[in-house]
Design a protein around this ligand. Structure first.
Ligand SMILES: *Cc1c(COP(=O)(O)O)cnc(C)c1O
Length: 408
């Protein structure tokens, strides 16, 4: 018996025409931007049914991004842990080294269809900025990336990459000079330039239609993985997991499995612990709130403002989460667990040593959960999304964890 057959029509029902996923999502915008988002929504609703658009995106994925990415069976790692088998969906092998390009290429193609000349976005650690600058170069568009001054100083290699790819990196100098201020600045810029530019959000969040659009573009992960896993083993995995920052690689991994007899687990970053400011587990510890144009679960301080967040993985430290995850949590279809910095770093080194793969610290959270699952299950299998490669992280890891793990 499959208890999840009710989810057969899930994609037709969520989101509704107002961009709501149950009690979350929607569109909270300054008056002036409402027509701009309507234009984006209308264009997307047109092209997502156009065979020309679908074929062009398919060609880009194959010839430029190098898709499909493989599913890989971690035989040595699994054997070391017991009898349960760990499999990875290798998004680290996607061009630019992570899943983010999946939605950036989709957004770039949409911008081209709309006749826009420029892509605008914010970036925190620089990963979204690099992926979007890549898309802009591919489509021959201008690209403005807003980035906090503090992040610019910390993420020099990604700043260099964006510049090499032809993007303008615009420093944001107010407030804490990090991601939240960068989002504010990018929105501000978009407000003045929406006639010629399109704003490209970095995850499955923001005002409608972005959570839906980014999900649709990222669904290639789960669609491929489901088919590949069935072909490799003849059955479904018992469980599927992925790390949840804003929620894009995870929603793309999960949606194709919703109607299958598969347990689904989203993995949030527990950082240094459960105290306010020590983690970024928005579903586990958040309350309903509105931030950056959408409603979702949000980590809040005593005044109801976004709480400070922390994770060893800079791609996971956002004080809210994509609205679809909040709803899947309410529906009880996806379970959300958390993994601490230490558990993630242990998983990082295990994958290096036993499988010859250096994972991103973000992805190491999903891997850590898969390892925990394998240790506590006698048989069966778990398929984890390895959202990105760890080249960007090696200097940081050596400095902070080299001694602990005996390589320094
Ligand atoms: C940005 C990033 C994430 C987190 O973003 P999601 O939108 O939650 O997927 C995870 N892994 C890697 C490698 C990233 O670069």
């Amino acid at each position: 018996m499959n208890p999840y057959r009710d989810f057969d029509n899930y994609l037709k029902e969520y989101p509704d025409e107002n961009g709501r996923f149950g009690q979350y999502g929607g569109q909270y915008l300054p008056e002036k931007l409402i027509p701009a988002f309507k234009e984006i929504n209308d264009a997307y609703e047109t092209i997502c049914h156009s065979s020309q658009f679908i074929n062009e995106l398919r060609r880009i994925r194959k010839e430029f991004q190098g898709r499909p990415t493989p599913v890989y069976h971690c035989e040595r790692l699994s054997k070391m842990l017991g009898k349960c088998q760990i499999y990875l969906k290798r998004e680290d092998l996607n061009h630019t080294g992570a899943h983010k390009l999946n939605h950036c290429m989709g957004e770039g193609l949409l911008a081209k269809f709309m006749g826009k000349k420029k892509l605008i976005a914010e970036t925190g650690a620089g990963q979204h900025g690099v992926a979007l600058a890549t898309a802009a170069a591919y489509f021959g568009m201008e690209c403005d990336i807003y980035m906090g001054e503090v992040d610019i100083a910390k993420q020099a290699p990604n700043v260099t990459r964006m510049k090499m790819l032809g993007a303008r990196v615009i420093p944001v100098t107010h407030g804490l000079k990090t991601l939240k201020e960068a989002v504010d600045a990018a929105f501000e810029a978009y407000l003045n330039e929406y006639q010629d530019a399109i704003y490209c959000i970095g995850s499955a969040l923001g005002p409608h239609p972005f959570p839906k659009m980014v999900r649709d573009f990222q669904t290639i992960i789960g669609t491929e993985a489901r088919e590949q896993f069935l072909e490799m083993t003849g059955i479904f995995p018992d469980a599927v997991c992925a790390c949840v920052g804003g929620g894009s690689n995870s929603i793309g991994m999960f949606v194709p499995f919703l109607a299958d007899p598969v347990e689904i687990i989203g993995v949030e970053p527990l950082g240094r612990g459960s105290g306010i400011g020590d983690h970024a587990a928005s579903i586990a510890y958040g309350k309903k709130g509105i931030l950056h144009g959408f409603e979702s679960l949000m980590l809040q301080d005593e005044n109801g403002d976004p709480a400070p967040v922390y994770s060893v993985a800079s791609g996971l430290d956002y004080p809210s989460v994509g609205p679809e995850h909040a709803n899947l949590h309410d529906m009880g279809r996806v379970k959300y667990e958390s993994v601490s910095d230490d558990e993630a770093m242990e998983a990082f080194f295990m994958l290096c040593k036993y499988e010859g793969i250096i994972p991103a610290i973000e992805s190491s959270h999903a891997l850590a959960y898969a390892i925990r699952y394998a240790k506590t299950h006698e048989t069966g299998s778990i398929l984890a999304c390895l959202s990105g490669r760890g080249d960007k992280d090696i200097d940081y890891v050596m400095e902070h964890y080299g001694e602990k793990f005996g390589i320094k």
